[in-house]
Ligand binder design. Structure first.
Ligand code: GRF
Length: 201
């Protein structure tokens, strides 16, 4: 059994999509070991509790990034987590955290990276005038939204799109893409070649 730790800060809809994919067996031989939030009032925590998942709040409480991450890593270790999935987790990880889970941390971002990293990626896409955007699942490294790309899904941007309408259409795709990408990584059927995530031959 592969054990996932999911980190959230808010709504948690991607966490729920992963939980459903685990439940239905679309992500095979896997369980969700723990859902951790840095925000005690994250809506996703309530949803995770309703599903009977193990949850924990690890607040920053004025500590340095690394001190906070040490507690988070301790919680992940105590639940024997193999892979960490960031799902709307609004904190940048410290070098310590990255080293502890090297090549085992995944994130989903609402753009076709490397375009539009950082906050408000959907609005950035509209304002830039691109005709297509989408979502990306990638491994997390020390760069902001810049680690090796595991999977992407493209969608058109319409002239009458607002940030809300575009975000909603991207989110639908996120809920399909993240479970697919996690299933792929859990299968172990890939190799990292520089920046490239390749199917194992
Ligand atoms: C998603 O758009 C995700 O791509 C981004 O943050 C948002 C999280 O949404 N990283 P949710 O909390 O999973 O509903």
């Amino acid at each position: 059994m592969t054990r996932l730790g999911i980190l959230i800060s808010g709504r948690g809809s991607n966490m729920l999509a992963l939980a459903e994919a685990v439940r239905s067996g679309h992500i095979a031989e896997t369980e969700i070991a723990v859902v951790i939030s840095d925000k005690p009032n994250a809506a996703g925590l309530t949803r995770a509790n309703e599903l009977g998942l193990q949850t924990q709040v690890v607040e920053r409480r004025g500590r340095t990034r690394e001190e906070h991450d040490r507690e988070t890593v301790d919680v992940l270790r105590s639940h024997q987590v193999d892979f960490v999935c960031l799902a709307g987790y609004m904190r940048v990880l410290s070098a310590y955290f990255l080293e502890e889970f090297r090549d085992c941390i995944l994130n989903i971002h609402p753009s076709l990276l490397p375009a539009f990293p950082g906050l408000n990626a959907q609005l950035q896409a509209i304002e830039h005038g691109v005709k297509f955007t989408g979502c990306t699942v990638h491994f997390v490294d020390e760069t902001l939204d810049g680690g090796p790309i595991i999977a992407q899904r493209a969608i058109p941007v319409y002239e009458d799109d607002t940030e809300e309408s575009l975000s909603a259409r991207i989110l639908e795709q996120e809920h399909q893409l993240y479970p697919e990408a996690v299933a792929f990584v859990v299968s172990g059927n890939y190799e990292l070649s520089g920046r490239r995530v390749l199917l194992k031959r």
